[in-house]
Write a protein that binds this ligand. Structure first.
Ligand code: ASP
Length: 616
């Protein structure tokens, strides 16, 4: 059996191609199979003998029964049947005695689901289709049954047929029939399976489910609220199982993991979903390097084998260095990035800086004569410019972008411009960010606190309030808390944060001080955790990997919505079922809730009664 699915299940895995052509074509043919892994039995427990994608010349003469969807029909003579595994050509019988079979196969609309039985035969010489893995054979149909007919489709089930995302999400169950979605979801399942194997079977982790009906917790992201029948009382959906996993450590379950659903009411961003999945991990008696090695091993073990192997250990960079050199805490380290900018690019970059960041950026063009061609040249002493050339290892014809201002702000502006420049250069055909390259990076030594965005005089946790301070900075907590570094680490892949975690505070007094005195949080909300820390809580730490983002990067999918079976739209709607939806007032009564419609929202109310999709 030579095809993409087998590769996937053998862990050799498969096409990143975005076209059906690639998936059924040459890639799948040229594979060398490994006998080390078992291919699952796809036809157990059901009446089919084979899947559509698996038949080859080696099956010639066999009587087979197949189930599948009608992909297309040619001249009432051939019919191509599809299942998750691939395509197979059926020869529709033309003789009188098989009139009823012919009628079924010729009249059933495309995408109807049928059962057929027949014999595997060779295609006549010259009629083989080398683009199809099953292209040397066809099925001479003897019997057929229409299992269910298909209405006129909103779009064709062909990967290369363009459709809007709103339409795909509205008819997600049809979109899932595409090979690309089948591939993405099957690869996801495979990687999760390997992760479970690594964690549970190789390293003794315990898979534990934690509640999703929880209570509002301080710090972190905004939570979704769930009404309860007690007047004025609400559950919250957890933004992560953070507190539970720490409580499990107190409970002596010293290696926990969960494929955990998390909820954050944070508004829309391209790489976020209101509900998403984390590989959530916690360990007792561990330090930062222990967690890092665990994750490196986990990714190496679960990585699809047709990608370049994951090289460990991953490089590491402090937060301060990442900010100063890349202008971000999630650097895309696939490219260094300097040259090839044209004057008109510089103008567009200056405009982006001015329009979006309200900040001036000045270019310097370094000439062969080491002369600075720049509006700032006259304000810079020669000694300073030489020092800059030395520090930045500048070479002739380099372009430097200069800006001034508060360190963090200036650095992050330049970091964003670096990505802007990458877009500009890539639009001109320079490949800077090769999607087949996987560049992992640990970012460490984050500050424990950041000034609150809305009130810079107050502090908030850079990660979450349970993160332990760096051991050498503990004293600063009582004098200059804003200078304290933390034991927080992020994992970055190709410029996206795909994981983050920390060593936790296991001392109740220190935790209380940070919550109450430095973060000004209501400690009563966390009394259960503070209490638990007092009962012999072990030192512990953990991490969570964002599964959706990780799979998105591995598959090269354009959006995380393409690796989730039923995602929310960009604005957080379920375009298929229409969630969130209104509830009649009498059904709200048991929850002691009444909707207070904003003054001018009669129109809005009636639009909820007759919902329409803002995105469709
Ligand atoms: N709970 C954290 C998060 O969701 C991860 C961790 O600290 O383990 O980001």
């Amino acid at each position: 059996m030579f095809c993409w699915l087998n590769r996937l299940y053998r862990g050799l895995s498969s096409p990143t191609g975005r076209t059906t052509q690639l998936i059924w074509g040459s890639l799948s043919r040229s594979l060398v199979l490994s006998s080390r892994r078992r291919i699952p039995e796809f036809s157990s427990f059901v009446a089919r003998t084979n899947t559509c994608g698996e038949l080859r010349s080696s099956h010639l003469g066999q009587e087979v029964t197949l189930f599948g969807w009608i992909q297309y029909r040619r001249q009432n003579t051939f019919l191509v049947l599809r299942d998750f595994h691939g395509l197979i050509q059926l020869v529709i019988p033309q003789d009188e005695s098989a009139a009823s079979v012919k009628k079924i196969l010729c009249e059933a609309p495309v995408e109807s689901v049928v059962r057929v039985s027949g014999t595997v035969i060779s295609r006549p010489p010259g009629q083989e289709n080398p683009k199809m893995p099953t292209g040397e054979i066809e099925i001479k149909v003897k019997t057929a049954e229409l299992l269910n007919s298909c209405k006129k489709l909103p779009f064709e089930i062909k990967d290369f047929v363009k459709k809007t995302e709103a339409l795909r999400l509205q008819y997600r169950y049809l979109d899932l029939r595409s090979f690309q979605m089948q591939y993405n979801l099957r690869l996801r399942s495979q990687m999760v399976m390997k992760m479970r194997e690594y964690l549970c079977n190789l390293h003794g982790f315990v898979d534990i489910e934690t509640p999703t009906l929880f209570k509002k917790t301080p710090g972190g992201a905004k939570e979704f609220v769930v009404p309860s029948r007690e007047p004025g009382k609400f559950y919250s959906l957890p933004q992560s199982p953070q507190q539970f996993k720490q409580l499990l450590m107190v409970g002596g379950l010293d290696r926990y993991f969960q494929v955990a659903r998390c909820y954050r009411d944070e508004g829309s961003r391209p790489d976020r979903q209101p509900e998403f999945t984390q590989i959530d991990i916690e360990m007792s008696f561990v330090d930062q390097t222990g967690i890092q090695s665990l994750i490196e091993g986990l990714l190496q073990y679960s990585w699809p084998r047709d990608k370049d192997p994951v090289v460990v250990p991953f490089p590491s960079m402090t937060f301060a260095e990442a900010l100063a050199t890349y202008g971000t805490d999630k650097p895309d380290t696939r490219f260094g990035m300097k040259k090839y900018l044209k004057r008109k690019d510089i103008e567009s970059i200056r405009k982006v800086a001015a329009d979006h960041f309200n900040q001036e950026v000045l270019p310097v063009f370094l000439k062969a004569s080491r002369h600075w061609n720049s509006p700032v040249a006259e304000f810079i002493l020669e000694k300073q410019s030489l020092e800059l050339i030395r520090l930045m290892e500048l070479q002739e014809e380099d372009v430097i972008l200069l800006t001034a201002g508060e360190h963090r702000k200036a650095c992050s502006l330049l970091g964003k411009l670096r990505l802007e420049c990458a877009d500009l250069l890539e639009a001109r055909g320079v490949v800077l960010r090769d999607p087949a390259l996987f560049s992992f990076l640990w970012v460490v030594d984050f500050p424990l606190f950041l000034p609150k965005e809305e009130n810079p005089g107050e502090l908030e946790s850079a990660h979450h309030p349970f993160t332990a301070p760096h051991p050498s900075d503990i004293q600063l907590l009582y004098t200059e808390p804003e200078k304290v570094r933390s034991q927080h680490y992020d994992l970055v892949l190709n410029g996206s944060e795909i994981g983050g975690g920390s060593i936790r505070i296991h001392d109740a007094e220190l935790q209380r001080y940070i919550l109450a005195t430095l973060l000004k949080e209501d400690v009563k909300l966390l009394s259960h955790l503070l209490q638990a820390l007092d009962y012999g809580a072990p030192p512990h730490g953990g991490i969570a990997l964002g599964l959706d983002r990780l799979i998105c990067l591995v598959t090269g999918a354009p959006s995380i919505r393409d690796v989730i079976a039923f995602p929310k739209s960009f604005r957080g709607y379920d375009l298929m079922s229409n969630a969130p939806d209104s509830i009649p007032p009498e059904e709200l009564k048991p929850y002691h809730i009444r909707v207070s419609w904003p003054a001018d929202s009669e129109a809005e109310k009636s639009s909820l009664d007759h919902p329409h999709h803002p995105e469709s």
